[in-house]
Design a protein around this ligand. Structure first.
Ligand SMILES: Cc1ncc(C[n+]2csc(CCOP(=O)(O)OP(=O)(O)O)c2C)c(N)n1
Ligand SMILES: [Mg+2]
Length: 574
C-alpha cells in the first residue's frame, strides 16, 4: 500500500513547499481531504473530470490544480454527466464528473439515469455544505445521496478523510464491474478541507471474471445442435469495448446469421454476409420475418433496458441468454437457458463445442437479401426536403468505416438504427435505454476528444439539439473537430409520428427555431444550411475537411415515417 503522509514543517528544508512523492503524487506541506480524494482519483488513472464547480468544491478545485488531472468545465452539469458516461461507455473505465451541491447535483440526475440504464461506468462527485457545523443553516441543502440512490449502483456521503481511499476504490470497482453503471460520492466541504495525517491509498489489481459453467455450456450447445432455424441476437452488452474481437470470432466460427438490437449495433462487422438487420422496432419490421421464423434465438448480451427487439409469447422461438450477468425476466423476455460468465471466453468455449457440427447454421440466411433490399429502398431519392432514408445513406457515404455517428433522440434514431450499416464496434452511438433527448452533442464531443483523428458526427433533431446546444461553446473552447447535423422539421417529430400512428389529431408539437447558421457563428463555430437534395454530401465533406466545430442544418421530410414505418410494414408483414 502506498502511504500518503503529511510532512511536518520540521521535515522540510527552508522554503520547500511541496515534495514529489515516489508515485508521482505531489505531497503538500499541509495535506487535506480534497488532496487525498485527488490522489485517489489519480490512483484510478483518471485524467479528466467534467463539470461545473460550486463554492463547496473549491478545495477539490485547488487540489486538481496541483494534479495532472484536467478539469473540463461545461455549460451545464447534464452535459458533463453525459460526457463522463460516454467516456465510460467507450473506454470501459469510469468517467468522472463533478458538481456543486443542491442545484448542480440535481442537474446530474438525467446523466445518472442515462448511465444506469445504459450500463456506462461513471463516478459522480458532488459537493455539500459542511456536516460538522451548520453555518449557513439549510441554504441550498437537499438530500442528494437519497435522490441519487435509485439512479446509481451506489451513493455515499464521505464523512471522514480516513475513509476517502477505500470509498474511492470501492466506487471505481462498483462502477466498472458488470453490469457497469454510475456511482455517486458526496464530499462535504469541511471534510474536503480537513487536514490529513497518515492515510493509505488502496492499490488497484486486475480482476478476471469467472467463465460460464461447463454444464451451462453443454446445455446451450445441445439446444443449438437441435435447432432447425437458429438466429443470433447481439444486445447492448455485446457492444462492450473489450468484446469486439471475441464476438466477431464467435459469429465467424458458428456461421449462424445474426441481427442486433439498437445498442448492440456494430458489435460485429455488419458488412459481414451474416448480418440480417437491426431490430429498431419491436415487431413487424422486415428483420422480424427472420425472427418469427427462428426456432432458437441465441441472445448475446441482451439487456432488457432496451425497447424490446422482439416480443416473446407462449409460442415462438426458444431463447438462450448469454451474458456477463443473469437475464432479467420480463413479460416480453424469459429465456429458456442461460450461459452466464465472462462473455468472450465463454463464447469461445461454446464455439469449441459446435464448430463445423451445425447442419442448419445458415437455414435463415436466404431471407437476408430480401430484408436488406427493402431497407435500401428509396435511399437515393432526389426529394427535397430530404427523406430520412436519403440522409442515412448520404451520411454513410461521407463517414469512413471508423467514423463515429452519435445520435440524440428523435424519429431519425429509428431510421439510423434500421438503415445505417456499421462495420466497426461502437461507431453508431445511440441511447435506446433512457432514450433521453440532449445527449447527442455531449456524447459526440466525448467521442471527438477520445478519437481526434476520426470523423465524428452528432446527429440531432431540432428539439434535442436545443436541449444542450450551449455546449457548442465547450466544443469550440476545447478545439474539437466535430460536425453537428441538425435535422430540421420545426417539431417534436417523433411524438408527432406517434400522434398519427395512434390516430390523434396533429396538434401542439411544432415550434420555431433560431437561424442555425447564425447560431453556430455566435459560438465561434461554422454554420451552413443544405438547400437541395444533392447538397448534404458536399456540405458534410466540406465541414469535415475544414476541421473545427461545424453545424449543418438540413430540412427533413418526415412523411416517410407513416408511409414506411406504418403503412408499408403493415402491408408487408401482416
Ligand atoms: C429529455 C426528453 N424529453 C422528452 C422526450 C420525449 N421525446 C422523445 S423523441 C421527442 C421528439 C424529439 O424531437 P426532435 O429532437 O426535434 O427530433 P425529431 O423527432 O423531430 O426528429 C420527444 C419530445 C425524451 N425522450 N427526452
Ligand atoms: Mg424535430
Amino acid at each position: 500500500m502506498l502511504v500518503v503522509r503529511a510532512l511536518k514543517n520540521s521535515q522540510l528544508t527552508d522554503g520547500e513547499s511541496q515534495v514529489i512523492y515516489e508515485t508521482g503524487h505531489k505531497l503538500l506541506l499541509k495535506m487535506k481531504g480534497s488532496d487525498l480524494l485527488v490522489a485517489a482519483l489519480e490512483n484510478e488513472g483518471v485524467q479528466r473530470i467534467f463539470g461545473v464547480p460550486g463554492e463547496e468544491n473549491l478545495d477539490v478545485i485547488e487540489s486538481l490544480h496541483r494534479s495532472k488531472i484536467e478539469l473540463v468545465v461545461t455549460r451545464h452539469e447534464q452535459a458533463a454527466a453525459f460526457m463522463a458516461a460516454t467516456f465510460g461507455r467507450l473506454t470501459g473505465q469510469p468517467g468522472v464528473c463533478l458538481s456543486t451541491l443542491g442545484p448542480g447535483a440535481l442537474n446530474f440526475s438525467t446523466g445518472a439515469g442515462y448511465a444506469l440504464l445504459g450500463a456506462m461506468p461513471m463516478v459522480l462527485i458532488t459537493g455539500q455544505k459542511g456536516i460538522l457545523t451548520s453555518k449557513q443553516a439549510r441554504f441550498q441543502i437537499v438530500d442528494i445521496v437519497s435522490s441519487m440512490t435509485p439512479l446509481t449502483k451506489m451513493a455515499r456521503q464521505i464523512v471522514s478523510t480516513a475513509t476517502i481511499p477505500t470509498i474511492v476504490r470501492e466506487a471505481f470497482r462498483v462502477a466498472g464491474q458488470e453490469r457497469p453503471g454510475p456511482v455517486h460520492l458526496e464530499l462535504p466541504e469541511d471534510i474536503a478541507a480537513e487536514e490529513v495525517n497518515q492515510i493509505s491509498i488502496v492499490p488497484r489489481h486486475p480482476i478476471e471474471m469467472p467463465v460460464a459453467h461447463p454444464a451451462a455450456l453443454d446445455r446451450a450447445a445441445a439446444m443449438i445442435l437441435e435447432s432447425r432455424f437458429p438466429l443470433i441476437m447481439l444486445g447492448a452488452a455485446a457492444s462492450r469495448p473489450r468484446l469486439a474481437d471475441a464476438l466477431s470470432d464467435f459469429v465467424r466460427r458458428m456461421r449462424i446469421p445474426f441481427f442486433n438490437t439498437q445498442m448492440g449495433k456494430g458489435a460485429v462487422n455488419s458488412g459481414s454476409n451474416l448480418y440480417m438487420g437491426t431490430a429498431a422496432l419491436s415487431e413487424r419490421d422486415y428483420v422480424h420475418q427472420a425472427i418469427d421464423r427462428a426456432d432458437l434465438i441465441i441472445a448475446i448480451g441482451h439487456d432488457t433496458v432496451e425497447k424490446p427487439p422482439f416480443i416473446m409469447g407462449p409460442k415462438g422461438p426458444k431463447v438462450i441468454h448469454i451474458g456477463y450477468i443473469p437475464a432479467t425476466v420480463e413479460e416480453v423476455f424469459f429465456p429458456h437457458a442461460e450461459v452466464v460468465g465472462d462473455v468472450g471466453p465463454s463464447l469461445a468455449l461454446l464455439a469449441d463445442r459446435l464448430e463445423r457440427r451445425l447442419k442448419n447454421a445458415s437455414a435463415l440466411l436466404p431471407l437476408r437479401e430480401q430484408i436488406l433490399a427493402r431497407l435500401a429502398d428509396r435511399a437515393t431519392e432526389n426529394r427535397f426536403p430530404l427523406t430520412p432514408q436519403r440522409i442515412v445513406h448520404d451520411v454513410r457515404q461521407v463517414m469512413p468505416e471508423d467514423g463515429v455517428v452519435c445520435l440524440d433522440n428523435g424519429m431519425y434514431k429509428i431510421w439510423f438504427a434500421r438503415n445505417y450499416r456499421t462495420r466497426i464496434a461502437n461507431t453508431l452511438l445511440l441511447d435506446n435505454a433512457l432514450a433521453t433527448m440532449g445527449a447527442g452533442l455531449p456524447s459526440a464531443m466525448m467521442a471527438a476528444m477520445l478519437y481526434p483523428d476520426r470523423r465524428v458526427l452528432a446527429v440531432c433533431g431540432d428539439g434535442g439539439f436545443m436541449m444542450n446546444s450551449q455546449e457548442l461553446e465547450t466544443a469550440t473552447r476545447l478545439g474539437l473537430n466535430l460536425v453537428v447535423l441538425i435535422l430540421q422539421d420545426n417539431a417534436y417529430g417523433m411524438i408527432r409520428w406517434k400522434q398519427a400512428v395512434d390516430s390523434f389529431a396533429d396538434w401542439g408539437l411544432t415550434f420555431g427555431n433560431p437561424d442555425f447558421v447564425r447560431y453556430a457563428e455566435a459560438y465561434g463555430a461554422k454554420g451552413s444550411r443544405v438547400d437541395s437534395a444533392d447538397g448534404l454530401i458536399p456540405a458534410l465533406e466540406a465541414a469535415f475537411s475544414r476541421r473545427g466545430v461545424h453545424l449543418i442544418a438540413v430540412p427533413i421530410d418526415y412523411s416517410e415515417n407513416v408511409r414506411v414505418l406504418v403503412d408499408e410494414l403493415r402491408r408487408a408483414v401482416c
